[in-house]
Design a protein around this ligand. Structure first.
Ligand code: A2P
Length: 351
């Protein structure tokens, strides 16, 4: 049985990684190793019926580790993932540090599981949460109709920025609600300016920010570039056209993506539903509430805590017989991060 370490065990994704390892009965030799910063060293966190003490990350910590799950931010991964790999561990890295490295596979367990076996650096990358959620729903449609273009607008939860993002959303919300309905209705700029915005660029509470991550090339954000580059790599479609807009919304956990998918083959709603039926890790929730149908479409709030990606609002494009519009939702901490990392670890443990 593998000896397992979790780097960033105290964080939002690390917490889910610990839960997923236990819930899925991942075979772990002894107790897993919980690693974080000096700040958390000496504190204890649950593992099954007991607790495990958190240790500060160090080169010695990786000795004897077979699988190391990393979610402590890109700079920690850049520094420590090669150290862990040199010590003999296979690293499953949730940061963006190695995702576009040609010698590092980028794996969604339902989409390209075989890629995990070819890892010259001993590192497997876990995709960006928004891309991951979109890929689970897109792959079966790509297999059936041949994907050529994606126009995607994301609605990303505050929890995508870690525990501190969730705290900032909740604290700002409490402050704005205390300011009262009249201020919110008549002087929004004052309300927006009245809260401390540290994790996000402006007030995220009761608001929508057309800005996830940092601004980068061509006036797109790094989060938008991830959606383009990572989709191409995961689907092995280097020429795939992707038009991304990533938006932060005041949701604790659960990312949504409104996507217009264009295919080489003509596509109908009926054929799309047939292609999606039984797709791994995916649930179709799609009904208008008319003609006896249930009203069914996924929401981020209801996706929180669920393993599956959910897809609804499946519609033929109004002008183009090769395009579909869909609304895809998934728990960004689970399938968007920790669950997929543990599923990759399961693929590695089964080799
Ligand atoms: P710590 O709690 O000790 O700061 P999140 O994504 O929720 O913000 O979590 C980030 C994770 O990365 C936490 O587990 C955090 O540990 C860990 N981390 C942050 N800085 C370091 C560091 N310098 N060395 C090791 N782990 C770190």
């Amino acid at each position: 049985m593998p000896r397992v370490a979790i780097v960033g065990a105290t964080g939002a994704v690390g917490t889910e990684m610990r839960r997923q390892l236990a819930l899925r009965d991942f075979p772990v030799e002894g107790d897993p190793l919980y690693l974080a910063s000096e700040r958390s060293a000496g504190t204890s966190l649950p593992w099954k019926d007991g607790e495990v003490e958190v240790q500060a990350i160090s080169a010695d910590a990786f000795s004897g580790v077979d699988i190391a799950l990393f979610s402590a931010g890109g700079s920690r991964s850049k520094e420590w993932a090669p150290v862990a790999a040199d010590a003999g561990a296979v690293v499953v890295d949730n940061s963006s540090a190695f995702r576009m490295d040609p010698d590092v596979p980028l794996v969604v367990s339902e989409v390209n599981p075989d890629a995990a076996a070819h890892r010259p650096k001993g590192i497997v990358a876990n995709p960006n949460c928004t891309t991951m959620v979109l890929m689970v729903a897109t792959k079966p449609l790509h297999d059936a109709f041949g994907l050529t273009e994606v126009v995607a607008t994301s609605y990303q939860a505050a929890g995508g920025a870690g525990m501190s993002g969730i705290t900032e959303l909740l604290e700002q919300t409490a402050k704005l609600l205390a300011a009262g309905e009249e201020t919110l209705r008549t002087d929004g700029a004052a309300a927006e300016g009245s809260v401390d915005a540290e994790v996000f660029s402006k007030a995220i509470a009761l608001n929508v920010l057309a800005h996830c991550g940092s601004f980068a090339d061509e006036r797109y954000t790094d989060e938008e570039w991830k959606l383009l580059n990572e989709s191409r790599k995961i689907l092995s479609l280097p020429a795939l056209r992707v038009s991304p807009t990533c938006v932060r919304v005041p949701v604790v956990v659960g990312h949504a993506i409104a996507g217009r998918l264009t295919f080489a083959e003509p596509v109908t709603r009926e054929a799309a539903l047939a292609a999606l039926e039984g797709a791994p890790g995916l649930v179709v929730e799609d009904g208008t509430g008319q003609d006896g149908e249930p009203l069914a479409y996924p929401t981020p709030l209801a996706s929180a805590g669920r393993d599956e990606v959910l897809v609804g609002r499946i519609r033929e494009d109004l002008g183009d017989g090769h395009s579909l519009n869909v609304f895809v939702v998934g728990d960004n901490l689970l399938k968007g991060a920790a669950l997929n990392a543990v599923q990759i670890a399961e693929l590695i443990a089964a080799e």
